[in-house]
Design a protein around this ligand. Structure first.
Ligand code: PLP
Length: 401
């Protein structure tokens, strides 16, 4: 019989020559279980997705219940499907009044695409501004505003009129003009290895957008749903975007994304042309039911508070001379090392020791920590010991090499 490993390598399209190749049989809470029963502590939540851990009973129940009632009924926007309406209502209740209309899609990249189209339609402009080292997805529109040339160069031509600015640089804000349809920005930049912008930076962008009529798009696909210490990271800046993007943790493990704006803005998709944005599966009833169940747990248990407790613990525990810096916003954390090689060796040792971590797309020398927000402090302390041990062993190996 051909092994799963073989079949995966032979028939599942590969995106790297060195996939992690973990073969997980089951996942429960903050643990994943490998083939021979090996237990792994999940310190990345599948890249900021499984904030409630794996197999949360309320999400599983919501999925089962909805699957039994109905799954796909019709393409987006025609039937008044209650799982969508209820999720949109719950999101609106927890957002500023101007963010009251949700367009549901299937992923983060699709939320980016929809927001780009909405901004162009609303403003009648084509220029889109984005930041260096930003990631908004891998489809061609999203790739056009990815802040890293290496990942774009072999896929050109991409969208015209996309202009890059430096994240956190206040003089670059001047590049937003009356030609700009919108600026895409992450309130905390994730894939650069967790970059928190300077105080007042987001406020200055908001001001410039108001002056020029450009729309402000906050990508909270990675920072949303409690990860940074508030339900949404933008709450900490006091700045309200015109369009908010969510995905990843929104679905509690099921695929869903959304771009949220005012009903007034969103109504631009209803004419000239009618059906301004179309999706067959967007807002799938099962994904919406899972997202609603997940958001209810996050709200009830105020999980953003645990994000702060986890951040405080790791900040205190993770002390080592090999750590160049520790950057964080809530439970989105980066441990910076001197080199990519050192980081990769630490990551491999962590995985060998039963702890899953990873690097960042534009910061391969930084180790990613984005644990499920349900993780207790005792488990987090054990995790920090495993990481420190891996750092220590890597440093020793480096010395003897
Ligand atoms: N935006 C941010 C900030 C992300 O981190 C990601 C994914 O990592 C995306 C957008 C794209 O989301 P998806 O992979 O669901 O298309």
């Amino acid at each position: 019989m051909i092994s799963n490993r073989e079949l995966f390598l032979r028939h599942v399209a590969q995106t790297s020559t060195a996939p992690l190749m973990l073969e997980i049989q089951e996942a429960k809470g903050v643990y994943l279980f490998g083939k021979s029963g090996k237990k792994y502590l999940d310190m990345i939540s599948g890249i900021s997705v499984s904030s409630l851990g794996h197999g949360h009973p309320e999400i599983v129940e919501a999925v089962k219940h909805q699957a039994e009632k109905f799954m796909h009924l019709m393409v987006y926007g025609e039937y008044a499907q209650y799982p969508q309406s209820e999720l949109a209502h719950l999101l609106s209740e927890n957002l500023p009044a101007s963010l009251n209309s949700c367009y549901f899609v299937n992923s983060g990249a699709e939320a980016t695409e929809g927001a780009m189209k909405l901004a162009k339609k609303v403003t009648g402009r084509s220029e889109i501004i984005y930041c260096k080292s930003s990631y908004h997805g891998s489809s061609q529109g999203a790739l056009s505003i990815m802040g890293d040339e290496y990942f774009k160069q072999n896929f050109r031509p991409l969208l015209p009129d996309c202009k890059m600015i430096e994240y956190g640089n206040s003089s670059d804000i001047e590049k937003i003009s009356k030609k700009t349809a919108c600026i895409f920005i992450e309130p905390v930049q994730a894939e650069s290895g967790v970059t928190v912008p300077p105080e007042e930076y987001l406020q200055s962008i908001r001001k410039k957008c108001d002056e020029t009529g450009a729309l402000l798009v906050f990508d909270e696909i990675q920072t949303g749903m409690g990860r940074t210490g508030t339900l949404f990271a933008f709450e900490q800046s006091g700045v309200v975007p015109d369009i908010l993007l969510l995905a990843k943790a929104l679905g509690g493990g099921m695929p869903i994304g959304t771009f949220i704006a005012s009903k007034n803005l969103m109504d631009n998709f209803t004419d000239n042309p009618v059906l301004g944005h179309i999706t067959t599966f967007g807002g799938h009833p099962v994904s919406c039911a899972a997202a609603k169940a997940s958001l209810k747990v996050i709200l009830r248990e105020k999980l953003w508070e645990n994000a702060l407790r986890l951040e405080a613990l790791f900040k205190k525990e993770l002390k080592h001379q090999k750590i160049v810096s520790f950057r964080s916003k809530g439970a989105l954390m980066a441990i910076e090392f001197e080199s990519e090689k050192f980081n990769r060796d630490v990551i491999s040792k962590c995985i060998e020791s039963g702890l899953i971590t990873d690097w960042f797309l534009f910061a391969p020398h930084c180790l990613r920590l984005a644990p499920p927000l349900i993780m207790d402090l005792e488990t987090a302390k054990k995790a920090s010991q495993i990481i420190l041990q891996a750092i220590e062993e890597t440093a020793l190996n480096e010395k003897t090499a």
